[in-house]
Write a protein that binds this ligand. Structure first.
Ligand code: HEM
Length: 326
């Protein structure tokens, strides 16, 4: 057995500093690449939900495997390379999280022992069981990139079956403005991602369902009278995806990692500096984007709630906290 040092304390573990990301903090909506270079050691993040997220992944992979894992036959080499790189990264940068004993991997937090031989034809499935991130593999071809495999337990309102094998433009067809504004910059960006220079970006939404596995739910418009300014601090959530991009040099594929963080929107009561910018970002969001994000059911109540927080902060003379990472 390879003895590893004790599990490093979870890095982003302080509920008091939630939300960890506030990508709306410019105060106006903009569809943008929003990429930021990160160190290779920052690829995977571990937080206080690590055990719960792994347990939920295991449940989904047991009960509805076909919906949360799928891969094209051509993805074998990229899957194997992804697992190898992930194990190297975890050993180096999150020592103690996973113990490696020959062909066996022991996930320290859950006690689960996984045998690499059981995943010989689907190493990406094994990789996805070790980390909170969902892992999607993208392959280059014909001037764009296609999704060739994914371990996707926590989709934000999309189905893997609808996207596997498809290029970026088709994957993003439902996203208002994506193909006109972002498709080409994204393809150019992917070409510069390397293993030595990974990147991240952040996607966010305000949602009325805190479930991690959400295969549907875009474009809902019916007003929901049960969500009120009085109760929405618990009823609505900020759903933020920390998305990472790193390259697999041998197979030529990219790994698109999606780490999902969900906080009740009530956390903003302690972060007055983020309230006004969220309110104005939502106000400047194009109608089709608000529709896509299913904000109509609670838009009025949310604005009243945020206006109330803003007024309370002004009364208290609260000074905005230092800007978070966006
Ligand atoms: C720099 C790269 C990327 C950018 C700028 C980008 C941007 C976006 C944006 C703005 C949305 C709308 C999210 C929302 O507001 O709710 C979105 C949705 C989505 N993205 Fe990306 N994305 C990128 C990479 C990828 C990759 C590599 C995949 C591969 C799986 C992907 C899959 C999706 C899917 C499946 C959706 C939901 C589409 C739907 O509603 O059916 N994205 N993306």
């Amino acid at each position: 057995m390879v003895k590893l040092s004790p599990m490093r304390a979870a890095v982003f573990d302080d509920p008091a500093s939630a939300p960890r990301f506030s990508p709306w903090d410019k105060g106006r909506f903009q569809l943008s690449l929003g990429i930021k270079a990160i160190a290779p050691a920052e690829w995977i993040e571990v937080d206080r939900h690590y055990t719960a997220h792994l347990v939920e992944k295991r449940r989904l992979l047991t009960e509805r495997h076909g919906e949360v894992f799928d891969a094209l036959p051509e993805s074998g080499a990229a899957q194997a390379e992804c697992l190898d790189r992930l194990l190297g990264h975890l050993t180096r940068d999150h020592p103690g999280l996973v113990e490696i004993d020959g062909r066996h991997l022991r996930v320290r937090a859950t006690g689960e022992i996984l045998n690499r031989d059981d995943f010989a034809t689907a190493p990406l499935d094994l990789a996805g069981r070790l980390v909170q991130e969902d892992l999607c593999l993208m392959a280059p071809g014909e001037g764009t990139w296609r999704l060739i495999a994914a371990s996707l337990c926590f989709p934000a309102r999309w189905r893997l079956a609808d996207k596997l094998g498809r290029p970026m433009s088709a994957i993003h067809a439902p996203v208002p403005g994506f193909n006109a504004q972002l498709a080409r910059p994204v393809d150019r960006f992917f070409a510069k991602v390397t293993a030595e220079q990974p990147y991240m970006r952040v996607n966010w939404s305000v949602i009325d369902d805190a479930t991690l596995f959400q295969p549907t739910g875009h474009g809902r418009s019916a007003f929901d009278p049960t969500i009120t300014p009085e109760n929405l601090g618990d009823r609505l959530h900020l759903r933020v995806e920390r998305q990472t991009f790193t390259a697999l040099p041998d197979s030529g594929a990219l790994v698109f990692g999606i780490k999902t963080v969900i906080d009740p929107i009530g956390v903003l009561a302690d972060r007055p500096g983020l309230v006004a910018t969220l309110r104005s970002t939502i106000a400047t969001m194009p109608e089709d984007m608000r529709g896509y994000k299913s904000m109509a059911p609670f838009a009025g109540a949310l604005d009243t709630y945020l206006a109330g927080l803003e007024a309370a902060a002004a009364r208290d003379g609260a000074t905005p906290p230092s800007p978070p990472i966006s």
